[in-house]
Design a protein around this ligand. Structure first.
Ligand code: PLP
Length: 368
């Protein structure tokens, strides 16, 4: 079976983990600031990074730092992993969805503008599938922005700025299917030193850096990332450029091998980069043509030895969101159409050209 995802882990990660175990300092140790410093450096000078226990916890702290609270509204994309909407609810605010751009699959800035009310306290764009959201257009709305960059390590905006370096709180994630992994983990980046101080305190039970262990001056959480995870993260950073290049190469093989199916059946591939925009390749998601049942395709692919996944379902149509907010089909037609057709195919740095050919052959036999 060709798996959907597979992390690149080797002797370096093993050695790094053993070193932390032998040091006896498993948490709140030196690997944390080292990982933060090296991660921030990649995004350019003036960026501060805070390691957190997951992308979800980073987004939660990002929203708190943006001032989102009780009864506020946060405009966001319904075409995302559910965490980007859930974190708004953690602060008793309301996620207000706006439809997506059919090319990039990211929040449509015009739809976002139309969704803003006097209660909107932030915008939460998602760089879905690693393609940069139109953050510069969203900035013109004049509201705080918290970027969900969980899928977008290595992506670049049209003006050449790396995703995560524009100054808003932006959050990356390190679950094992991501561009780099720490097992579980995340990183919040910002250009505002005050945000860094606040996030560092809130991830650590509300303890300010100059306080004693059992002294807490605000509400906090345990959202820390431990030294074992940070040690893995440091070795993954050493590999990162290579892993990103490998992902880009695999995507190129897919694009080429799918050309016939694009022409004959109208299969839609991930949108190519425009201008200086660069996707940070995370997943390879195709949109199936009319008349193909996506869920049957998943079963047929599995029978041919290929793992695939409906990715992503529309958040507003999930049972919890329907029941809580009364959402219904037809509210966000672009998102709903894309969610019905989208299929994630096997995609990982060490994938071979032969495996790509197998996947393409299997999908061709299923839908052609
Ligand atoms: C778009 C998006 N947002 C948020 C998350 C949450 O990240 P984590 O699983 O690290 O909490 C993910 C991870 O899958 C994601 O893909």
């Amino acid at each position: 079976m060709i798996p959907l995802a597979k992390p690149v882990l080797g002797a370096e990660e093993e050695a790094a983990v053993v070193e932390v175990l032998r040091s006896g300092q498993l948490s709140l140790g030196p690997r944390v600031p080292e990982f933060e410093r090296r991660f921030a450096e990649r995004l350019g000078s003036g960026v501060h990074a805070s390691a957190v226990s997951s992308g979800t916890t980073g987004l939660h702290l990002g929203l708190r730092a943006a001032g989102v609270s009780d009864g506020d509204e946060v405009v966001t994309s319904p075409f995302s992993f559910v965490a980007s909407a859930n974190v708004v609810l953690y602060e008793r605010a309301r996620p207000v969805f706006a439809d997506i751009d059919p090319r990039t699959l990211n929040l449509d800035p015009e739809a976002a503008r139309a969704a803003v009310t006097e209660r909107t306290s932030a915008i939460l764009p998602v760089h879905i599938f690693g393609y940069p959201a139109d953050t510069p257009a969203l900035e013109r709305l004049g509201l705080p922005i918290v970027e969900d960059a969980c899928e977008a390590l290595g992506a670049t905006h049209a003006d050449g700025t790396p995703v995560g370096s524009r100054g808003h709180a932006a959050v990356f994630a390190f679950y094992a299917n991501k561009q780099m992994t720490t097992g579980e983990g995340g990183m919040l980046v910002t250009r505002d030193p005050a945000v860094k101080v606040r996030v560092d305190a809130e991830r650590n039970q509300g303890r300010a850096p100059d306080m004693d262990w059992l002294d807490h001056d605000r509400l906090g959480f345990n959202y820390r990332l431990d030294d074992i995870a940070c040690a893995i993260g440091l070795t993954q950073l050493d590999r990162l450029e290579g892993m990103l290049a490998d992902r880009t190469r695999v995507a190129g093989w897919y694009d080429e091998a799918f050309a016939a199916l694009v022409a004959s059946r109208g299969l839609r591939l991930p949108c190519p980069d425009v201008g200086q925009e660069r996707r940070g390749w995370f997943v390879y998601v195709v949109q199936l043509p009319d008349g193909v049942d996506r869920d049957e395709a998943v079963v047929a692919l599995r029978a041919r030895g290929v793992q695939s996944k409906p990715y992503l379902p529309a958040i507003h149509l999930m049972s919890f969101y329907r029941e809580r907010f009364g959402h219904r089909e037809g509210e966000f037609p672009v998102c709903e159409d894309v969610a019905r057709r989208s299929l994630a195919l096997p995609f990982f740095p060490e994938m071979t050209v032969g495996q790509v050919a197998e996947v393409v052959e299997a999908l061709t036999s299923v839908i052609d």
